[in-house]
Design a protein around this ligand. Structure first.
Ligand SMILES: NC(=O)c1ccc[n+]([C@@H]2O[C@H](COP(=O)([O-])OP(=O)(O)OC[C@H]3O[C@@H](n4cnc5c(N)ncnc54)[C@H](OP(=O)(O)O)[C@@H]3O)[C@@H](O)[C@H]2O)c1
Length: 250
């Protein structure tokens, strides 16, 4: 029985991922704050023949992270996968205040770091495991203020952890979605659904990769930003740092 933790499993990409990987032979450990949504998602996994464990968790709380990993470990004694997906967005402008900035850093950066720190000793002992971090195209192109800052940092952290763990049997993958239809992007129309990211996570859990951009069409924009930054400045001039409201629940 494989055990995989998915944070942010109450909605969007996390819910789709949990549904996709939750099947006979895998116990999905669903973590987020909204227990009712987690229970509903767990029930549909079980009714499709899978195994699911609900652990209501605020990933900003280090004690809650310790408890989440301990409960996941109780299932079989192993933790085979960790999907660091919980995230909040918005706060694009430099004028966003400390409270908002700190919240993004806690959820999008500190939580994945703490969760990796909590599972790596066990995965090292097992000599196997897969960590999948959900970054963003905004972690390649600086266009969303503190959100971009957290996703750039998560990219650096993911590269570093992957290199630190080479030879241990632990694979570390960064998945960078473009715009995907979820609560985070409720003001946009015509976006692909979260299932395309869930499919990429599923593949990365069994065949870890350095970096996966979904959909692929965002790759040229990333290459452009890296090779022609002055042009990228012009394209995003005045658009990058709008003073949008925080997306995601407070
Ligand atoms: N949608 C996009 O276009 C897009 C693009 C690039 C990257 N991403 C990334 O994809 C990931 C998932 O986002 P989504 O688009 O699926 O948005 P979403 O539907 O709003 O999901 C966000 C998830 O994060 C959880 N979360 C937020 N704060 C939390 C906290 N303090 N503790 C525990 N869980 C918390 C939420 O659960 P609760 O509220 O129940 O706690 C929810 O399950 C994020 O990392 C996001 O940055 C999304």
């Amino acid at each position: 029985m494989r055990v995989v933790i998915v944070t942010g499993a109450s909605s969007g990409i996390g819910r789709a991922t949990a549904a996709r990987i939750g099947r006979a032979g895998t116990t999905v450990v669903l973590a987020a704050r909204r227990a009712d949504e987690l229970e509903t998602n767990a029930a549909s996994i079980r009714s499709a023949g899978g195994e699911a464990l609900v652990v209501p968790t605020d990933v900003r709380d280090p004690a809650a992270i310790t408890a989440l990993v301990a409960q996941a470990r109780e299932v079989t004694g192993r933790i085979d996968g960790l999907v660091n997906n919980a995230g909040v967005g918005g706060v694009a402008s430099i004028l966003a205040d400390d409270e908002l900035v700190a919240k993004l850093i806690e959820v999008n950066l500190m939580a994945p770091i703490r969760l990796m720190r909590a599972v790596v000793p066990l995965m090292t002992e097992q000599r196997s495991g897969a960590i999948v971090n959900i970054g963003s195209v905004a972690g390649e192109i600086g266009i969303s203020g503190t959100y971009s800052a957290t996703k750039f940092a998560l990219r650096g952290m993911t590269d570093s952890v992957r290199r630190e763990l080479i030879g241990t049997g632990i694979g570390v993958t960064l998945i960078e979605p473009g715009f995907i239809a979820t609560d985070l992007t409720s003001n946009r129309r015509g976006l692909p659904g979260p299932e395309i990211v869930a499919a990429a996570v599923e593949r990365a859990l069994s065949r870890p990769r350095r970096r996966i951009v979904v959909p692929l069409k965002y790759r040229p924009a990333i290459t452009l930003a890296n090779t022609l930054p002055a042009l990228t400045d012009r394209i995003f001039a005045g658009r990058a740092a709008s003073r949008r409201e925080v997306k995601g629940r407070p």
